[in-house]
Design a binder for this molecule. Structure first.
Ligand code: FES
Length: 250
């Protein structure tokens, strides 16, 4: 049973093209959410809740940061919320990332709006003394966000598809420059995850498929993903959004 919570908007900023960073206050979520989990937000006038991943938590100030892209009426309306307003939500939801505290070095590979949950994970890993390297992929310069945040965690490569900022190409284009690591974590569009899991097949890895969610509560089947070649499947919203890289077929 997901817990119903009330989040109070503290701040709303546009941090890149059509990309919003929203800070919310709720003590329970700030204290209990783990990296990779999401909040299931109710936007006034819209029946379906929006699943949005958590980019950061601040226990001391009871704050949670979410990042989302304006892609339709719901997210447009959400972006118009102002400080002091309340948002009804369910969560924190989903299984989140697990990690081995004995790891020495971790690679984070994020694409677009799949990057936020990896920031939350990277912060946690750093706090636990684990070395972090990040590859962040965007369409172009105006979409780039959180580069400085990731640079504080460790060596960070920024890649843009059109080459307007950082390295030109895809996240896989810079992988030959990465030093040894134990495990990778990746989140982003499915074509990117396919390329990443293929290129890093000899490594232990985890992927978050949060971008693929629809209703977020197991009702719409928009998030179903094959888990084997015999018709077996997983629901991202209920079984994930985080999976071991070899647990699902992309
Ligand atoms: Fe609707 Fe999973 S998102 S069933």
């Amino acid at each position: 049973m997901k817990r119903k919570v009330e989040l109070v908007v503290k701040s709303v900023h546009v941090i890149a093209l059509e990309t919003i960073e929203m800070t919310l206050v709720n003590e329970y979520v700030a204290k209990t959410a783990i990296p990779g989990q999401f909040l299931h937000l109710s936007v006034e006038g819209h029946t379906l809740r929006r699943p949005i991943s958590i980019a950061n938590t601040d226990h001391k100030n009871k704050e949670i940061t979410i990042l989302f892209k304006i892609v339709g009426d719901g997210t447009k309306q959400l972006a118009a919320y102002r400080p002091g307003m309340s948002i009804d939500a369910l969560g924190p939801s989903g299984n989140g990332f697990s990690y081995d505290s004995k790891s020495n070095s971790i690679l984070l590979v994020g694409g677009g709006i799949g990057i936020p949950p990896l920031y939350n994970l990277g912060k946690t890993l750093c706090t636990n003394g684990i070395h972090v390297t990040a590859i962040l992929g965007f369409q172009s310069k105006e979409h780039v966000f959180y580069e400085a945040n990731f640079r504080k965690l460790g060596k960070t490569y920024v890649v843009t598809n059109d080459g307007t900022y950082g390295h030109q190409g895809f996240v896989t284009s810079v992988m030959d420059q990465i030093e040894e690591f134990d495990t990778y974590y990746s989140c982003g569009p499915i074509p990117m995850l396919k390329a990443v899991t293929k290129q890093l097949h000899q490594y232990n890895g985890y992927i978050s498929l949060e971008e693929r969610m629809g209703c977020g509560v197991g009702a719409c089947f928009a998030c179903v993903i094959p888990a084997d070649n015999n018709g077996g499947y997983k629901k991202i919203c209920q079984d994930g959004p985080v999976f071991a890289a070899d647990e699902v077929i992309l």
